[in-house]
Design a protein around this ligand. Structure first.
Ligand code: S3P
Length: 208
């Protein structure tokens, strides 16, 4: 692929219309880029945290208040359920979705195309906002949190990823970085055979 910000990692034969899952640390753009990508490829977008709250009737903060492990279990079950949906989705996963080995196995399996939105921890720490669904950022030094999470997870994200897209260059390249990233992800998915090129619309056609 010509774009240096996009690198295919694994190139197995992907199923014809796999679910698309965006992974990466908080603040990498999984939700905002995922929504735009869904418009480019004509699919529904599901944000895993929002869906978890809707399906369980409990906020992410409440799950964490019970225990982080309870949240991780619910998160893993939700992803497993989403991946059985018959219509292929664009899914913005929670940042910690790769923690559990069984979920990494699911993400590495057939029927799923995974794109890792990669950013250096200091860059993401400067961007990610503390929000109610992010208890890991509450009362914490974001730089320390991101350094720790990056050290733990970068290898896991790469293990499950079919392609890695760098987020920082798009932010430094000028206007509408999230649309630029969505287009790069769509291109990577076409290159992987996960999305039919004829089904991808240009951002100009759908961008407000
Ligand atoms: C988490 C990331 C959050 C949310 C929860 C835990 C993490 O999702 O699932 O606070 O462990 O990185 P986003 O990455 O969508 O913010």
């Amino acid at each position: 692929m010509s774009d240096p910000a996009v690198s295919p990692v694994n190139e197995p034969a992907l199923a014809a219309r796999p679910h698309i899952v965006l992974v990466g640390l908080m603040g990498s753009g999984k939700t905002t880029v995922g929504k735009k990508l869904a418009r480019l490829v004509g699919r529904h977008f599901v944000d895993a945290d929002v869906e978890l709250e809707a399906r369980t009737g409990r906020s992410v903060a409440d799950w964490f208040a019970e225990s982080e492990d309870a949240f991780r279990q619910a998160e893993a079950e939700l992803l497993a359920a989403l991946l059985t949906e018959p219509a292929p989705l664009v899914i913005g996963a929670g940042g910690g979705v790769v923690i559990r080995p069984e979920t990494r196995a699911r993400l590495s399996g057939d029927g799923v195309a995974v794109v890792y939105l990669h950013g250096e921890p200091a860059f993401l720490a400067s961007r990610a906002q503390a929000k109610p669904h992010r208890p890991l950022l509450a009362d914490a030094d974001p730089v320390e949190v991101f350094d720790r999470l990056y050290a733990e997870r970068d290898g896991w994200y790469r293990e499950v990823a079919d392609a890695v897209v760098e987020v920082r260059p798009a932010h430094e390249a000028g206007e509408k970085p999230k649309w630029r990233l969505a287009e790069q992800v769509a291109e990577a998915l076409v290159a992987l055979g996960a999305v039919d090129a004829s089904l991808v619309v240009g951002a100009d056609a759908v961008r407000p």
